[in-house]
Design a protein around this ligand. Structure first.
Ligand SMILES: [Zn+2]
Length: 195
């Protein structure tokens, strides 16, 4: 049987990189959960796995789901948002998301107050240090796209080159690229624009 205290709900897009101050961020989430345990000693607030992702512009998410009658909770945070908005993420997003889980545990029989951003959630969010903002998303620029470049060989073969090869072709004297499938060579003058 899976230990519900360590079960990860998210299946795709988990970011396991070691971004700056990752351990500090995790400690701050743990500290917020600990504060909630002290505020609500009559409720069992379990260990909550902390998961990171890097796609999309949602800054964080609290997830809960039932697993053979036991609730499993996960806290998810956006790495790009942490890198760009450390103060907002640690000061507001952490308590915002933790409050969703605590609200669900504390108000579970009162759907009105337990779910969403109602007054039950709001009160807990403020106790945990959130300003009560309900905004989940903040401006996160999309991941930089790697540009691709079209080249058409002297024999009319089409190929696409990444930015590194393109730059070498355009800047290094005598540089050429061989198309693996046909053996043809691509020169600087074969450039046909950005894909
Ligand atoms: Zn929310």
């Amino acid at each position: 049987m899976t230990n519900t205290d360590t079960m990860i709900i998210r299946r795709r897009g988990i970011d396991r990189t070691n971004f700056p101050h990752k351990q500090t961020f995790i400690k701050m989430v743990e500290a917020n959960l600990q504060l909630a345990r002290e505020l609500y000693p009559d409720h069992h607030i379990p260990n909550v796995p902390i998961v990171f992702y890097s796609a999309g512009n949602c800054s964080g998410r609290a997830k809960g789901r039932s697993h053979y009658g036991q609730m499993v909770y996960n806290l998810e945070f956006n790495v790009a948002a942490i890198n760009l908005h450390w103060d907002v993420m640690t000061g507001n997003t952490i308590p915002h998301e933790v409050a969703h889980i605590i609200s669900f545990i504390v108000h579970k029989n009162d759907a009105d107050r337990g779910n969403g951003h109602g007054r039950g959630w709001k009160r807990i969010a403020k106790q945990l240090g959130c300003n009560g903002d309900t905004c989940h998303s903040m401006s996160i620029p999309p991941a930089r796209q790697r540009s691709k470049h079209k080249y058409i060989s002297n024999n009319n073969s089409y190929c696409e080159l990444g930015p590194t090869q393109h730059k070498r072709l355009q800047t290094l004297q005598g540089y050429r690229v061989t198309i693996r499938t046909t053996g043809e060579e691509i020169y600087r003058h074969n450039y046909a624009g950005v894909v």
